[in-house]
Design a protein around this ligand. Structure first.
Ligand SMILES: O=P(O)(O)OC[C@H]1O[C@H](OP(=O)(O)OP(=O)(O)O)[C@H](O)[C@@H]1O
Ligand SMILES: Nc1ncnc2[nH]cnc12
Length: 154
């Protein structure tokens, strides 16, 4: 595909959401469905690289209030606090197989929330992938029966 065609293709994926994040703003957001959800924020460093290698679409799982349009959300606890994770309702199709990516697994609270979001969207979680797993915090147990793949166990 030539460069001009690629730019045109990107344009077709730019959506406009009125009155987000506040009234009077037309919020432009470039997104498409996908099967590699990555977690805000450090999961965004690794997820897109892997998705591109696999030829799959990347999906943003964000902290609450950052995504326009209809979303599903889940509250969760992590090692040092509480938060809420969100994903756009149409980011993953029902029945879609997904591989969730983050940089690090500690207690597993964040990854568990992402699995919950995928369950709400009726996606099938094939696995949870992280670069670093902090073994003494037992995140792997928290995530059972989901499979966890980690590059470094620390
Ligand atoms: O296994 P857990 O106990 O849930 O902790 C792991 C999560 O904590 C960190 O994210 P954080 O919420 O600090 O956000 P950040 O990526 O924006 O720094 C890390 O990137 C994981 O997502
Ligand atoms: N101990 C830790 N180090 C880095 N990121 C984390 N996220 C949760 N716990 C963490």
């Amino acid at each position: 595909m030539d460069t001009e065609s690629k730019l045109q293709l990107i344009k077709t994926h730019i959506r406009a959401f009125p009155d987000f994040p506040k009234e009077g703003i037309l919020f432009r957001f470039c997104s498409d469905g996908g099967s590699v959800p990555g977690l805000d924020a450090r999961g965004f460093l690794f997820g897109p690289l892997l998705a591109q290698r696999l030829g799959l679409g990347f999906v943003l799982v964000r902290k609450k209030g950052k995504l326009p349009g209809p979303t599903v959300s889940v509250s969760y606890e992590l090692e040092y606090g509480k938060s809420d994770a969100e994903v756009q309702e149409d980011a993953v199709a029902a029945g879609q197989k997904v591989l969730i990516i983050d940089d690090l697994l500690a207690t597993g609270g964040t990854m568990f929330a992402a699995c919950e979001l995928m369950r709400k969207l009726q996606a099938q979680v094939l696995g949870c992938m992280v670069v670093v797993e902090l073994k003494d915090l037992n995140g792997v147990d928290r995530l059972k029966p989901h499979k966890v793949f980690s590059l470094i166990q620390y």
